[in-house]
Structures are given as C-alpha cells and as structure tokens.
Design a protein around this ligand. Structure first.
Ligand code: LRH
Ligand code: MN
Ligand code: MN
Length: 426
C-alpha cells in the first residue's frame, strides 16, 4: 500500500493549529536565546537515517518468535514498508540491505521501485556469520578462519555483495564479523587477527574508489571467549592497515555495560575515523531495543559529540552514515521504527541547542556546575514542536503513529500479505 501526500495533508489539518501554537511558543523562547530557528528546522529536515531491511519483520530471540502478521515477504515489500515510513516521518530516505537475506531477483525492478518511493541504497551488509548453503561452513569463523579456503570463500562473498551494491547504487560495505572463539586455546589470537586483516585488505582492494568500508566491532556474542574485532581500537587498527576509506562503525549495543560511547565517538572523530552508526538501545548487551528507549541522555551526549566534532572540523558531518539496527520482538516494527526515528531527531535537535560558547568558557574556567547546566538546559528542553515542524515542512504527518493507527495500516498489510507472512532476516 502507498500513502499519498494528499492523504497525509488531509489528516494533518485538524492538528495544525495547536501545533502552531506550541511551535510559536518554543520559537519565541529560542529566538530570545539567540538561536536561528529557521536554520535549526532546516538541519532537522536534512538529517535522514537509513532503515535496515531486517528490521521490518518480527525478530525473535533464541527462545521463540512471535509473528506480527503482514510482514514483508520480499525485498520489494520491505521497500514498500520503508516507503510508508518515509511518507509518514520524512526522517528516512534509504535502506541498508543484508546479503543473502535481500538478494534482489530483479535488480532493475527493485531500483525502479526504490526510485519511485524516493528510497536510496545505503551501505550493504555482508553476512559470513550464518550458513546458508555455501560450500564451507562459517561455524569456526570466516574472514579470520584458520582455513584458507574458508577465508577465500568469505572474501568472495563480500566481493559479491559489493557487486550487487554497485548495481543498486550503494556506496558502502558494512562488515560485521562473528569471528572469535568460545574457549581459550581454540584459536590463535594473533594469527586470527592477521588473517582478518589480510581478508579485509583483499575485500577493500575490490571496492570501487568512491565506496567506503564500515567495520563494525562487538565485544562478545556469538563467541563468548574472544571476538576478533571486539572494540573500536581493534577496528580502527584494522581500518588503518586497510586504507583511507575504511572507518569504524559504532553500533550502540556493541559495548560492555556503562561504556562511555560518547568518548569513543569523540576519539574516532578526532582521528577522522568514524564511519557511521547503528542506532539502537540496550540495558545489558546487544539488546537491539528501540533507540532512546533506555538511555536517552546517553544518546543526547553522543549527539553533542557529533555536532561539536563536525562544527569544529574534526570530521565532516556528511562523511558519517546513519542507520538503525534494531530488532522487534513485542512491538509492531513499523511503529517501533517511527519511535526510533523520532528519538534520534529529538536528541539531535537537543544537541543543536547546546550553548557551545558558554560550555567552552565553563570548561576553561573550571566551572563544573556551569558546564552541567549548559548541557541540562538543552537536554531538558522539549524540542518536539521543532521536530514536528521539520516533518510537516518535508510533507510528513503531524503525528505519524496516530496516522498509522487511524488508517489501520497493519491490518491492511495483514490482509494483503497474510497473518503469518515471514520476512527474511534474523
Ligand atoms: C551484529 C549486528 C550486525 C549485523 C546485524 C544483523 O550483532 O549488529 O550489524 O549485520 O546485527
Ligand atoms: Mn549492527
Ligand atoms: Mn548487533
């Protein structure tokens, strides 16, 4: 199903006057504080986040999976769902595909549909952490496997992913490796790192000159003794040995509890080494929960680093890729993604409000309390009218979730796709 912008405008009508009142109130206050409200709204409008193809169906855990019905059965249907998200939120304009979950059977048809929906192809994700009928098993690793034939197979898969991505117009390859070991002695810590490096170099050599490699790290899972790329430092080290266009991907869930992720972001930007993000949230580990649902203050602090790093010229904003990577076990994925996109927009906007001049002065003068006040003043401000205004100006819905519910979109998807349709992915 397709949502027309006329329908969205029509549904917005009854909500516009109260929105305008709230917006005027906030705009007056921000203007008095010296903010350029028009330029804030423009920045929010421009900030777009890619949606992963695997987040449109119910994920599940190793204990079970509860289908939500109407899940997209094909790549085309996944694109249609992202089209709905785009129409409602105007906060996403691209999809991040995972191969082999999303091998397009008709590349030009898929491209045409995407163009029609206004959706581009963000970074491609390779998959050497599952077996899906390939000659050699990835049970004991892929790019860093002790067996050369397995490493070669994994390299060849990544090259295939690049080729598919090139046809679709993608400009990046995201590599996440499950490689590691479950028990001490199972693998050589040093050799497996070297093999991984050599494999990545071989893949990088096959990447088009205008592509970037995004190398994701994760401390544990599915291996629980050692993971070859456990942290940003190891990822950065490998990237530097591979080439200029290889950079570190930060997945917010890929840290041990209480890790200072904003510091990692600052350090990576300091070196121009931040490739991009996988947004999600977590309480314990790689929980893949809705972005901003558990630690919104952390998300705000991360955006403070991103905004200041870009404004200070440490790393260009445009060089960073933005993606969601979440899983939905109990919520309707489309509603969940709308919540995530909203929270990303809100925390980004709050970070734009930080009085950076004042903050710098506090830091220099050693005014610890004053510095905290600067951050809190921005964090506590309810910026939702600005985020809403940006969405409306882009043609989106005043309130995306209520429109989605009012139009009974899930029910319609179930009617066309079936109550137990299943999407490919995790
Ligand atoms: C690994 C990961 C990685 C995968 C995705 C499905 O935990 O974050 O990005 O590609 O999940
Ligand atoms: Mn990820
Ligand atoms: Mn993950």
């Amino acid at each position: 199903m397709k949502l027309t912008s006329d329908k969205i405008q029509e549904l917005n009508q009854s909500k516009l006057s109260s929105h305008q009142e709230e917006l005027n109130f906030l705009s007056n206050r921000l203007s008095k504080e010296g903010h350029d409200v028009e330029s804030l709204i423009q920045k929010i409008k421009d900030f777009q986040i890619a949606v992963p193809s695997w987040a449109l169906g119910a994920g599940g855990t190793r204990f079970g999976r509860f289908g939500i019905g109407g899940e997209p059965r094909t790549l085309e249907e996944k694109l249609e769902d992202i089209g709905l998200l785009k129409a409602l939120t105007q906060k996403t304009d691209s999809v991040s595909l995972h191969i082999p979950w999303d091998i397009p059977s008709d590349v030009s048809g898929v491209k045409e549909l995407a163009t029609d929906l206004g959706i581009g192809f963000d970074a491609m994700n390779s998959n050497t952490f599952q077996d899906y009928g390939q000659a050699e098993t990835y049970k004991l690793g892929s790019l860093g496997n002790a067996k050369k034939s397995i490493r070669d197979q994994a390299v060849a898969h990544n090259i295939e992913v690049i080729e598919i991505g090139e046809k679709l117009g993608s400009k990046g390859l995201t590599v996440w490796l499950a490689d590691g070991s479950n028990f001490p002695g199972q693998s050589s810590l040093r050799n497996s790192l070297q093999w991984t490096q050599e494999s990545l170099q071989a893949i990088y050599g096959k990447m088009p000159g205008d592509w970037k490699m995004l190398l994701e790290y994760k401390p544990y899972e599915p291996n629980f003794y050692h993971t070859i790329i456990p942290d940003w430092g190891t990822s950065s080290l490998l990237c530097k040995s591979v080439g200029d266009r290889a950079k570190v991907l930060v997945d917010l869930g890929h840290h041990l509890p209480n890790t200072n992720i904003e510091q990692i972001v600052a350090t990576l930007m300091y070196q121009d080494m931040l490739a991009g993000f996988h947004f999600n949230d977590s309480k314990y580990g790689d929980d893949d929960l809705t972005t901003g649902s558990i630690k919104p203050y952390q998300l705000f602090l991360i955006f403070c680093e991103l905004v200041s790093g870009a404004e200070d010229g440490a790393q260009a904003w445009e060089s960073i890729s933005w993606m969601i990577d979440a899983s939905h076990n109990t919520k309707d994925p489309i509603e969940d993604l709308m919540q995530a996109l909203e929270m990303i927009g809100v925390c980004f906007t709050k970070a734009l409000l930080v009085d950076r001049k004042k903050l710098s002065a506090c830091q220099i003068e050693g005014d610890v309390v004053g510095a905290q006040e600067c951050l809190q003043a921005a964090f506590q401000c309810d910026v939702r009218p600005l985020v809403k205004e940006a969405r409306i100006q882009n043609g989106g819905a005043c309130d995306p979730i209520s429109v989605y519910r009012e139009l009974e979109i899930r029910k319609k998807l179930i009617n066309t796709r079936g109550a137990d349709s299943r999407s490919t992915g995790l």
